[in-house]
Design a protein around this ligand. Structure first.
Ligand SMILES: NC(=O)c1ccc[n+]([C@@H]2O[C@H](COP(=O)([O-])OP(=O)(O)OC[C@H]3O[C@@H](n4cnc5c(N)ncnc54)[C@H](OP(=O)(O)O)[C@@H]3O)[C@@H](O)[C@H]2O)c1
Length: 435
């Protein structure tokens, strides 16, 4: 049997995890592929740095493009990350007629069109299961098992760092900044947490999911995005007392004439399956016809889970190479779809507001919502905060049924202009209230 030769670009968390997965199950994998998979080259930033990986038989280099185009490499596994060297090396590998496996969500979300076209033109595979959901198989299910379906919605918790911080905030009642610092000290959050806490990472992943689900070309800049920095312990506690959990959700919906694509914190009813996805776990729920609802759950990051996804792709690509069936699942992208501006999305909402504690105020606010055809699902009046008593103020929290964001924003603008409305303290979208 001719060995299939692998060239790794990057041997960090994911590259190292994939290499180890392929080595540990070498015999079984050889059986499953029908030929051994042999790592022959790897590019790293510093080839002289001591590593704990098994590197016998692997030639290390610092030149990613040289590894990507080496004549003795059959499959290129890109685990460097970003859109610099990684993009240049992946393009070079595809151009050289090599199939590529990558876990790089930023690369796929930003450059899908040119990469898919190039892979198609050169007749090779480009696989990216590791780019979304870590160890959870979601790319292959969307492209294969669910491919007979019309997808109406994909909603997920697809960033482990923010889910970890929100889970801790819910359990401990402590503020975001303190828990972020603790997560960073434990290695659960990056030194620069922007990509995670401001929703960029989730937006890349949602772009990829939506492209596959709706068969359309999309850019990550089309995703409406809000992060979790402004969520306060007070909002977490009030949401809990109303029966909700805060989650950073990534939502893609097909609304017929347009798509909704958004990443933002949302209140999820505690009876909803996504509400019990905690800590570093991820989950993705797909609604499609004829299958109905399908849910995927598992570890969303880390060497072992992501290594599993990348190694799985390598095996699929190797099988295709052996059978001559490369491009069995072409990445053709359908026609462009319009994406709705945030004002046009439909959601239910949570609003926390400090109001004058006078007779008739609640009725006035309800009147504003009524004029904009926004109906209320739940109301809670908490006592005024410390010091509020002197000012005769009270705090009102309400959750609405579904309406458009424009209806909600117009109602809030009218309320803010009323002297009885002292301050809007919290404004969040909800998910699954009317389900
Ligand atoms: N970490 C996760 O849990 C996870 C999950 C899903 C997807 N991903 C994605 O997987 C990719 C890799 O992430 P990671 O966490 O594995 O990163 P990482 O641990 O920082 O590893 C990066 C690797 O790339 C090498 N490298 C960096 N610059 C290079 C260059 N110019 N030329 C050659 N090699 C270079 C590094 O070499 P040295 O070893 O010499 O430093 C290192 O081996 C990213 O796209 C990330 O978004 C990560």
């Amino acid at each position: 049997l001719n060995a299939i030769r692998l060239g790794f670009l990057g041997l960090g968390t994911v590259g190292g995890g994939a290499l180890t997965a392929l080595q540990e199950e070498h015999e079984a994998i050889t059986r499953r592929v029908g030929a051994p998979l042999t790592p022959v080259r790897a590019a790293v930033r510093d080839p002289r740095r001591p590593r704990t990986l098994r590197l016998d038989g692997i030639e290390l280099s610092s030149d990613a493009v040289a590894v990507a185009t080496a004549p003795d490499v059959d499959i290129v596994i890109e685990c460097i990350g970003g859109e610099g060297v990684a993009r240049v090396a992946v393009m070079a590998a595809l151009e050289a007629g090599k199939s590529v496996v990558t876990a790089n969500k930023e690369l796929i979300a930003k450059h899908s069109r040119e990469l898919f076209e190039l892979a198609d033109r050169r007749g090779v595979d480009l696989a990216f299961e590791g780019s979304v959901g870590g160890g959870i198989p979601i790319i292959q299910p969307l492209r294969h098992g669910l491919t007979a379906n019309r997808v109406s919605q994909v909603v997920g918790i697809i960033n482990g760092t923010t889910n970890y911080i929100l889970s801790l905030m819910t359990r401990s009642g402590e503020p975001f900044d303190k828990l972020l610092a603790e997560a960073q000290a434990k290695g659960y959050a990056e030194a620069d947490p922007t990509d995670d806490v401001d929703g960029h990472d989730a937006a890349y992943k949602l772009t990829i999911l939506a492209m596959l689900a709706f068969d359309t070309a999309l850019g990550q800049e089309q995703v409406y995005r809000e992060g979790i920095r402004n969520i306060t312990p007070a909002d977490i506690a009030l949401a809990r007392s109303l029966g909700y959990r805060f989650k950073l959700l990534a939502i893609a919906r097909d609304r017929g004439q347009h798509l909704e694509l958004r990443v933002h914190p949302a209140l999820v009813p505690e009876s909803h399956p996504l509400a019990s996805v905690n800590d570093v776990f991820n989950a993705i729920m797909v609604e499609a016809s004829p299958v109905g609802q399908v849910m995927f759950y598992g570890r969303g990051a880390g060497a072992d889970p992501t290594g599993s996804a990348v190694a799985g792709d390598v095996i699929q690509v190797a099988r295709n190479l052996r059978s001559g069936g490369v491009r069995r699942f072409p990445l053709a992208v359908g026609e462009r779809r319009a994406v709705a501006p945030v004002e046009a999305i439909e959601s239910s909402y949570y609003v926390r507001m400090e109001v004058a504690d006078r007779a008739g105020v609640l009725a006035m606010l309800a009147g504003v919502l009524g004029r904009h055809e926004v109906s209320i699902a739940q109301v809670l009046q908490t006592k005024g905060q410390a010091g509020d008593a002197a000012a005769h103020s009270a705090e009102l929290v309400w959750v609405t049924h579904e309406c458009t964001e424009a209806q909600m924003q117009q109602s809030l603008a009218e309320m803010r202009a009323m002297p009885e409305c002292l301050e809007v303290r919290g404004f969040y979208r909800c998910f699954g209230v009317d389900a």
